[in-house]
Design a protein around this ligand. Structure first.
Ligand SMILES: C[S@@+](CC[C@H](N)C(=O)[O-])C[C@H]1O[C@@H](n2cnc3c(N)ncnc32)[C@H](O)[C@@H]1O
Length: 203
């Protein structure tokens, strides 16, 4: 089962699954950030990435279809003393704004191919020209590992999936391989991921 109710139940049962510290790959992109930039943290869950972006001085919208996750994200923002807009919505059906963001963080959000396509189109529309997409997701090689990710192969990412979903974007990094995750109890140990930094062309 993978829907908003299932994610609410998961967050109710196990708060802090992915920890409160931001995703390491996103943190490594800190040199691309500047106060005042506008960011969307897609599928932000309990808010660890959105809140970290807000702490860097960005104006952040966090979006997730789990109301439980977004309530925790809002509480984390208050706890850390930053403002963050929290939106409860299905990213695949969201009314994506035009050129509203300088950065989209897509961290461990695994969607069925049709939804992934719709969300990728939304990201393309919502980024301003020159805006950044930072993505980390599990790859099919993760199967059998216990460090996280969905079981359904069609939800997983490869370099080719990223290239197809964001054709026309400039590739600044696009890597598929093994990393050591240390992100809360659910993301611990060696993991097989795709990591991407892509830029929407300026023109
Ligand atoms: C593995 S969690 C990752 C959460 C967060 N990005 C992090 O790294 O801590 C995946 C998140 O994606 C959200 N999600 C999955 N499908 C979604 C959809 N169609 N629309 C909005 N959120 C979705 C889930 O509710 C969940 O919070």
């Amino acid at each position: 089962m993978s829907d908003s109710a299932a994610w609410n139940a998961r967050y109710e049962a196990a708060p802090g699954m992915f920890g409160q510290a931001p995703n390491l790959f996103l943190m490594e992109q800190a040199h691309r950030l500047a106060p005042g930039m506008r960011a969307l943290s897609l599928g932000d869950g309990e808010g660890r990435n959105g809140v970290w972006l807000a702490q860097q001085g960005l104006a952040v919208t966090a979006l997730d279809w789990s109301a439980t996750g977004m309530a925790r994200a809002a509480a984390l923002a208050v706890q850390r003393g930053v403002a963050m807009e929290c939106v409860v919505a299905d990213a695949a059906g969201w009314d994506w704004p035009d050129q509203a963001f300088d950065l989209v963080a897509w961290v461990f959000v695994h969607l069925p191919p049709q939804d992934r396509e719709a969300v990728a189109a939304g990201v393309g529309r919502a980024l301003r020209p020159g805006g950044w997409l930072v993505l980390e997701c599990f790859s099919p090689a993760q199967e059998g590992r216990r460090s996280g990710g969905p079981r359904q192969t069609e939800l997983l990412f490869t370099r080719a999936v990223v290239e197809a979903a964001f054709a026309g974007f400039e590739v600044h990094a696009l890597l598929e391989g093994t990393v050591l995750l240390d992100e809360g109890p659910k993301h611990q140990g060696l993991a097989e991921v795709v990591r991407a930094v892509l830029r929407k062309p300026q023109r």
